[in-house]
Design a protein around this ligand. Structure first.
Ligand code: ADP
Ligand code: MG
Length: 326
């Protein structure tokens, strides 16, 4: 049954806003299912992520930003596997067929899709509380996907970019902080740049990798748990300077960096012999890669060394949708 009956029908809406020619699929939007092929020596990498109004964004969040972000958060997951993104489906639940909103959303979505050469090959459009789910399909040479479990004892720990900025953007929207320069922080929140190139380049360098979506510490805990190793973070190495530039103090910056969320940066472990290669990669990509500590020699807690000579254990504070009070 069509979900919208007013001036713009569900089918007009799909045709007008979500149908684009696909070059890398045999059959895209318009049939009961899409058809595409994966090269014989590749593995299909699949990920899905939802954005739900009221949970992941404010109801009045800019539509173009949401269109971008709903794809970008999925691109970040495939980047963290070292997979090349290729095809996407989009399940869109809309309270009404507001054409202005849909046009802006589609523009943001296809801007991101165009930039990372992803094709929209299908989806679903229904009426209900505003929410969007993208499923993204990509390819990775068989056996070369970078998992969370590959960390080796003593590996260096690295992060890309500026984790914590998005959290500062969110705090400034909620009037919890007054930033001198809110623009960068809001851009990180509304327009995260998925580290697709970095993820691909890290294949063969990183032993273990994941993207930081729920806060650095929480996501590091996942990497540690999957790799069955503890970790030691060096407080003095954490890249808080770019956060302090937005006008927060050191404690706020550190807490946004460690326990923020919505960052979509990469966190990975790599052997120390790769330090030069990683410095060269950071220059080539014009993207900061910061060594923030190392994996321990065995299983154990995440410790923070703040220069006192007595590293202390850190609690896990990633975001958990089902935690009491979340
Ligand atoms: P069905 O009833 O078989 O589920 P639909 O009417 O839901 O088919 O969808 C018709 C076609 O439009 C399908 O090819 C579907 O993949 C595509 N489609 C529906 N919604 C979207 C969307 N938001 N973005 C892209 N493709 C969509
Ligand atoms: Mg359908």
């Amino acid at each position: 049954m069509p979900a919208f009956s007013a001036m713009l029908s569900e089918f007009d809406l799909i045709r007008r806003y979500f149908t684009r020619p696909a070059r890398h699929a045999d059959l895209a939007v318009g049939d009961d299912a899409a058809l595409f092929r994966v090269a014989p020596d590749m593995q299909l990498a699949v990920t899905t992520d939802s954005l739900v109004a009221g949970t992941h964004f404010f109801h009045d969040a800019p539509a173009g930003g949401l269109g971008w972000k709903t794809l970008a958060v999925n691109l970040s997951d495939l980047a963290a596997m070292g997979a090349v993104p290729r095809w996407a489906t989009l399940a869109l639940t809309l309270p009404e067929a507001d054409e202005g909103w849909i046009a802006a959303f589609a523009e943001g979505f296809f801007k991101c899709a165009g930039q990372y050469e992803v094709e929209l090959i299908g989806g679903d459009t229904t009426r209900g509380p505003l929410a969007m789910t993208v499923t993204l399909f990509g390819e990775v040479p068989a056996g070369q996907g970078v998992t969370r479990s590959g960390g080796q004892p003593g590996d260096d720990l690295w992060i890309s970019g500026w984790p914590g900025l998005a959290r500062l953007g969110l705090m400034s929207l909620r009037n919890r902080v007054r930033l001198i320069n809110a623009r960068r922080a809001l851009a990180a929140l509304h327009h995260p740049v998925p580290r697709v190139e970095a993820g691909l380049a890290l294949r063969g360098i990183a032993h273990a990798m994941l993207d930081i979506s729920d806060g650095l510490l929480g996501d590091l805990a996942h990497l540690c748990e999957c790799s069955k190793l503890g970790a030691l973070l060096d407080a003095r190495a954490l890249p808080i300077a770019p956060l302090i530039e937005t006008g927060v103090d050191e404690a706020q910056a550190r807490s946004a960096l460690l326990a923020g969320g919505d960052d979509y940066e990469l966190l990975f472990s790599a052997p120390r012999q790769k330090r030069n290669a990683l410095a060269a990669l950071a220059r080539k990509l014009d993207l900061p890669l910061t060594r923030i500590g190392r994996l321990a020699e065995e299983a154990g807690p995440i410790l923070l060394d703040d220069g006192t000579g007595c590293p202390r254990p850190l609690g896990v504070c990633g975001y958990d949708h089902f935690a009491p009070g979340a």
